[in-house]
Design a protein around this ligand. Structure first.
Ligand code: ADP
Ligand code: MG
Length: 506
């Protein structure tokens, strides 16, 4: 359990995240303007009359964005509301020409209701993090204050792009329910889980560096074992895992100090200062904004049918967490290997393509991918579309790797030869592994007669070592194996060599 030492004792940290992900869709949530996120696009070239609130323009809900929200909702095991509404959240700021953001109010059911994701908690065990809701809303534009000494500029390309805001749940009525984020590391793991699900489903790039994922971080502290929650503060608009973790720790310590000095934590909105890693108050409870939510009269209630949900459920791919479990249970892979092979959906598809229907191949393929292939990213195409020689590079395909693994498993070649074939492929040798083996005469010698002959020669040549071995210097065994392998030009089957050598040396 993550705790922070104070003067009066140990404190635990309670964290709630409100995560925004930008929804992937061709067009914006209420207009036909392109929603393609591309920083090289010129400002204000992807803006419709609706986005800049020209009089008389009406929003039209983009059904694909709703499908995306449902897909994500199913991905986090959530209830999908059959009816939800869009409301106007009033605030006046130049990044939002409407003067309000269309969102779904906190007091009403959002499109995605209660759900959960699983992370590995700080104690090493799986931990459910409950999610209260996920709702659809509009993104705002971008203000640029640094291009002109006296003027500010507004870019409305992003105004009206769909966002999904995912809010974690804190069971305030039941403070012993620990299905919430309780450490900086768990916050990062939760966000990575959200990102993984969003990417696997094609709902969002969920990339913090690109701004397609950002989080508001709510933090409170309580003495270890306390049966209540204290007041929290919210740190706005965080865009890096590192900053989020630093901010949580700094903010928790700030609150502990207040409480230990007999003060009370006031609800407030804070900003994180990247320069010195501190948090500071943006606005206190007294000047909290009143958003004056009211149902948007231009939009009908969002009604979702069972058929729509079922249609989407049928298209749901296996999510990475389930893929990992399958690799561990069905293929016997180690947890680390399963994690490496599910880092992206493309990687697990490549792996699955190589394994095919041969379960027994899985461990070999996993080893080759993780220890060899990943070290040569230019030599394979993770989307598995290219093969052969591309730009002078030999592209190693799933079936190449499968063939190599099978050849070792069936004793056609030994491990050393497999490695040589792999290196030849890296060096641009065209053709599948078996063809390369044939071309270079890399067949493993398993014929015991042939191996015995080589062993006899090696023993005859090394009388001294044989005597030393027999008088107890058993470490010399490797010396004999090495010499036999060398004498066979690396072609002997090492298992057979071992067996015969043991017999001969006694
Ligand atoms: P708001 O009304 O300010 O939007 P919410 O009740 O929606 O607040 O909560 C926002 C986030 O803050 C949620 O993720 C919630 O779990 C979290 N939260 C609520 N109370 C606390 C608390 N005492 N400590 C830490 N996080 C909290
Ligand atoms: Mg809220």
């Amino acid at each position: 359990m993550f705790t922070i030492k104070g003067k009066s004792g140990d404190w635990e940290v309670v964290i709630g995240l409100e995560t925004h992900i930008e929804v992937l869709s061709n067009s914006k949530i209420f207009s036909g303007a392109s929603a393609d996120y591309n920083p090289t696009v010129s400002p204000n070239t992807q803006v419709s009359m609706v986005d800049v609130a020209m009089p008389g323009m009406l929003p039209v809900l983009n059904e694909y964005c709703v499908d995306q929200a449902i897909k994500f909702g199913l991905g986090i095991n959530a209830e999908i509301s059959r009816v939800s509404r869009f409301a106007r959240k009033q605030y006046f700021y130049p990044d939002l020409p409407q003067g309000y953001q269309i969102s779904q109010p906190a007091e009403e059911p959002p499109v995605v209701g209660r759900g959960w994701v699983e992370i590995i908690g700080d104690d090493g065990n799986p931990k459910k993090i409950l999610i209260e809701r996920a709702h659809l809303e509009q993104d705002a534009g971008k203000l640029k204050h640094d291009v002109h000494p006296t003027k500010s500029f507004a870019d409305y390309n992003r105004t009206g792009v769909a966002l999904l805001e995912i809010v974690t749940f804190l069971d305030v009525k039941n403070p012993e329910n620990n299905s919430y984020i309780s450490s900086p590391d768990e916050a990062e793991k939760y966000l990575r889980q959200i990102r993984e699900i969003a990417r696997a489903l094609g709902v969002s790039h969920a990339n913090m560096e690109e701004g397609s994922m950002r989080a508001d971080v709510n933090v409170s502290v309580r003495p270890v074992g306390a049966k209540y929650f204290n007041e929290r503060c919210e740190i706005k608009n965080m865009v890096s895992f590192k900053f989020i973790k630093n901010a949580i720790e700094y903010e928790a310590k700030r609150q502990i100090e207040i409480l230990e000095n007999g003060g009370t934590v006031e609800r407030c909105t804070m900003r994180y200062n990247q320069g010195d890693g501190t948090t500071s108050v943006m606005r206190s409870k007294e000047d909290a904004l009143d958003y004056r939510y009211f149902p948007d009269p231009d939009l009908l209630p969002l009604v979702i049918s069972d058929e729509q949900i079922e249609r989407i459920r049928k298209t749901m791919p296996e999510l990475p967490a389930a893929t990992r479990a399958r690799y561990i249970e069905k293929f016997g892979l180690a947890e680390y290997d399963a994690a490496r092979l599910t880092e992206t959906v493309d990687i697990s598809h490549w792996f699955d393509a190589a394994v095919g229907t041969k379960t027994e191949r899985a461990k070999g393929v996993a080893n080759w991918m993780i220890s060899e292939l990943f070290a040569h990213p230019e030599n394979y195409d993770i989307t598995n579309e290219k093969s052969g020689i591309v730009d002078g590079m030999r592209i190693i395909t799933p079936s190449d790797l499968a063939e190599l693994v099978d050849m070792v498993a069936s004793n056609e070649i030994n491990g050393k030869q497999a490695k040589d074939i792999f290196i030849k492929m890296l060096d641009g040798e065209d053709g599948a592994p078996r063809a390369i083996a044939d071309k270079f005469g890399m067949k493993q010698i398993t014929d015991t007669g042939a191996i015995e002959k080589i062993i006899d020669e090696v023993i005859a040549k090394n009388g001294l070592q044989v005597e030393q071995y027999k008088s107890g210097k058993v470490g010399l065994f490797g010396f004999f194996v090495g010499n036999v392998m060398k004498a066979s030009a690396g072609k002997a089957n090492p298992a057979v060599v071992n067996e015969i050598l043991k017999k001969k040396l006694g």
